[in-house]
Design a protein around this ligand. Structure first.
Ligand code: PSU
Ligand code: MN
Length: 307
């Protein structure tokens, strides 16, 4: 049986022509931002990918199908479904067989992108090792997914709500390349630097594309994490966001399992009176642009005759 995969017409056409496509996740829409900013951002991110020469493919589960590329009505419906199921690797099959609407996390979006033959995926931040993981064991499935599914993921690093040193250690153990884009520092989502070094550095999209293709040639499973710092003008400096994160962690202390990340995000949004949302939108747009550039480089390299 073939996977229940439905490509939108423009994504199908791009794939058939070997044209660049950038996958986009949907948990950021349903669980990461409030309506209507979530819809507006999703539309702007898609426009940004197009403006930089690639086709956007927002991925979600609807009616028992993996939808790769959503039309305007489906995107709007999703943005208005706050009770959509948050779907990671563990939930993917069950959500499809139930027919429920599912919003894909980084992990699930990677799986669906791979099934659709898409190399590049742009988002805001990835999940990681939560603070206190030494007792809670709360480590996002995004990390193991990066170690086994061959998609290059562009993110603004990971939020400082997480334990960033432990997140980097786990990524190293799992063999995931973490590439600082035009930076020696691992970015921390709202802040350009976490104060921790990025394990690798690349300064141009063609280098990232070449490494992606070399991993394929080597038969290495797993993807790459491209850590693209937030534009300087949208940054919330670390000394300003740190106390807010501390307060949010206290307020959201009762959340567990899948609710931890959404609870922390919505609390921080309230505490920054929306500034965190403006920054979040700016960094996602920035990642969409870089994702499109990398996808174009990969498409160009794949089209070159073998040497
Ligand atoms: N981090 C963010 N914004 C997000 C998420 C994480 O800064 O929207 C979402 C992503 O979809 C990510 C998921 O894959 O949360 C991770 O959730 P968990 O920690 O439950 O694995
Ligand atoms: Mn978790």
């Amino acid at each position: 049986m073939t996977p229940p995969l439905i490509l939108s017409d423009d994504v199908a056409a791009a794939q058939a022509n070997g044209a660049p496509v950038v996958a986009l996740e949907s948990t950021i829409i349903t669980h990461g931002m409030p309506y209507p900013q979530n819809l507006e951002t999703a539309q702007r991110v898609e426009a940004q990918v197009r403006a930089h020469g690639a086709t956007p493919a927002t991925i979600a589960l609807m009616g028992g199908q993996i939808r790769v590329g959503l039309d305007a009505d489906s995107l709007t419906a999703l943005a208005k479904t706050p009770d959509a199921q948050k779907v990671s690797r563990a939930d993917l099959a069950a959500c499809l067989t139930s027919g429920r609407t599912g919003a894909t996390t980084v992990a699930a979006t990677m799986i669906c992108a791979r099934l659709a033959g898409i190399d590049v995926f742009a988002t805001g931040g990835i999940g990681g090792v939560h603070r206190g993981a030494e007792t809670s064991f709360d480590i996002s499935a995004d990390l193991t997914e990066l170690s086994q599914t061959a998609v290059t993921v562009v993110a603004a690093g990971a939020k400082a709500i997480l334990d960033l040193p432990k997140t980097l250690e786990v990524l190293e153990t799992l063999g995931v390349p973490v590439i600082g884009y035009q930076t020696d520092d691992f970015p921390a989502f709202w802040s350009r630097s976490s104060g921790l070094p990025a394990p690798l550095r690349m300064d141009a999209p063609d280098q990232i594309a070449a490494a992606h293709l070399m991993r394929e040639t080597l038969g290495l499973p797993g993807g790459q994490l491209v850590a693209n710092p937030i534009p300087a003008e949208a940054e919330i400096p670390r000394d300003r966001i740190d106390p807010i994160i501390a307060a949010a962690l206290k307020d959201a202390a009762d959340a567990s399992a899948k609710d931890v990340t959404p609870a922390l995000l919505s609390r921080i949004l309230k505490l920054t009176v929306g500034q965190s949302l403006d920054s979040n939108i700016a960094l996602v747009l920035n990642n969409a642009r870089l994702g499109a550039e990398i996808a174009r480089e990969i498409a160009t390299a794949r089209a070159r005759p073998h040497k």
